[in-house]
Write a protein that binds this ligand. Structure first.
Ligand SMILES: Cc1cc2nc3c(=O)[nH]c(=O)nc-3n(C[C@H](O)[C@H](O)[C@H](O)COP(=O)(O)O)c2cc1C
Length: 330
């Protein structure tokens, strides 16, 4: 068992968190991670309040363990934040706020309802601001990860945030897919990990089977960081680009932002249809470099238990064995 400030804070067995990926998490996936002793988070950004309530009811049917709801703050208004809090998850997970949003007020509203707050950041200044605003834990997200990211790689941002924020637990995100990743992040000073891409390749994830297969086949070099997807979707992201699958759709529109804007509506509809059909070359798909470490579709609970077992072995057997008591005689 690996016990950290984060497992103590949440009252969970393992310092492993499912990223709340909007559209790519399901009640089954969230419950599977929480039932395995991790923390499942449901991505609720694109849900109506009614859909959020239904998702939470479905999660509660499958688990009594703590779970969370994630909101990408830039794309929600106060009523949606209120609706998420009214479902009383154990955790509100937030990321990417707009400048006009008051983190302190949002976090206080969560705390008033007994809901803890995990806030994800891609820059150290934002980590300090989140801790000062009252976040219960901060997630340091590096550029290795899938989806919207900042400018700094995981090993550097995690160390920066750990050094700058000592008052609350820090989770590491971006490229972590196995027990070595967990052990490495603990060595950097993190209190746990949050994973997106690894959990996409599970039977419980709602992604199309073709996407799961593409993740298994990936060597980690088939992504690109770009704003093509956001231009296509009409999303104004506050200071992020996205790591997406580098497919025909993306390559066709690279450097053609104005044309893409002009034809956005029909192109967006065509993209949604392609994604539904599992046509990977014409769909906007997010995954991280960690896909290069994923060889098998595994039940989400087994992902959690394998990860922890491997990390325990590394921490208790391999690493202590590297520390020599005496210099070798030559
Ligand atoms: C398909 C996908 C969708 C994502 N959607 C969200 C989201 O809705 N909200 C959020 O805070 N982060 C989202 N993320 C980012 C994750 O929170 C996390 O930072 C990232 O997955 C970590 O890197 P990894 O994919 O290498 O594990 C998404 C990531 C992926 C891969």
């Amino acid at each position: 068992m690996i016990r950290t400030r984060f497992t103590d804070l949440m009252g969970i067995d393992h310092p492993v968190v499912l990223a709340g990926m909007s559209g790519d998490t399901s009640p089954e996936l969230v419950a599977a991670v929480s039932n395995a002793g991790g923390l499942g988070i449901y991505g609720a950004t694109s849900d109506t309040p009614e859909q959020m309530a239904a998702a939470v009811a479905a999660i509660r049917e499958k688990t009594r363990a703590p779970f969370g709801l994630n909101l990408l703050l830039a794309f929600v208004e106060d009523n949606e934040i209120r609706a998420a809090l009214e479902t009383k998850p154990s955790v509100l997970s937030t990321a990417w706020p707009r400048d006009d949003q008051d983190l302190k007020a949002i976090f206080a509203a969560a705390h008033e309802r007994g809901v803890k707050v995990l806030h994800m950041v891609a820059a150290v200044g934002d980590a300090v601001r989140a801790a000062e605003a009252g976040a219960d834990a901060v997630i340091a997200q590096g550029t290795d990860g899938g989806g919207h990211i900042g400018l700094i790689g995981t090993t550097v941002i995690v160390r920066q945030v750990v050094r700058a924020v000592s008052s609350v637990p820090v989770l590491a995100a971006g490229g972590i897919c196995d027990g070595s990743g967990l052990a490495a992040m603990l060595a950097l000073g993190a209190d746990g990990v949050l994973m997106g891409t690894r959990f996409l390749a599970t039977p419980e994830a709602p992604a199309h089977d073709a996407v799961k297969k593409a993740i298994l086949n990936s060597d980690g070099t088939d992504t690109i960081v770009t704003d093509v997807g956001d231009i296509l979707m009409g999303n104004e992201w506050p200071g992020a680009m996205a790591r997406v699958s580098r497919n025909h759709l993306i390559e066709r529109w690279l450097g053609r932002a104005n044309e893409l804007r002009r034809h956005r509506e029909p192109l967006r509809e065509a993209m949604f249809a392609a994604r539904k059909r599992g046509e990977l070359d014409e769909a906007l798909l997010y995954w991280g470099q960690g896909a290069g470490l994923i060889d098998e579709i595994l039940p989400a609970g087994k992902v959690v238990s394998d990860l922890v077992t491997e990390a325990e072995t590394i921490l208790s057997a391999r690493l202590p064995g590297l520390v020599a008591r005496e210099a070798p005689t030559r």
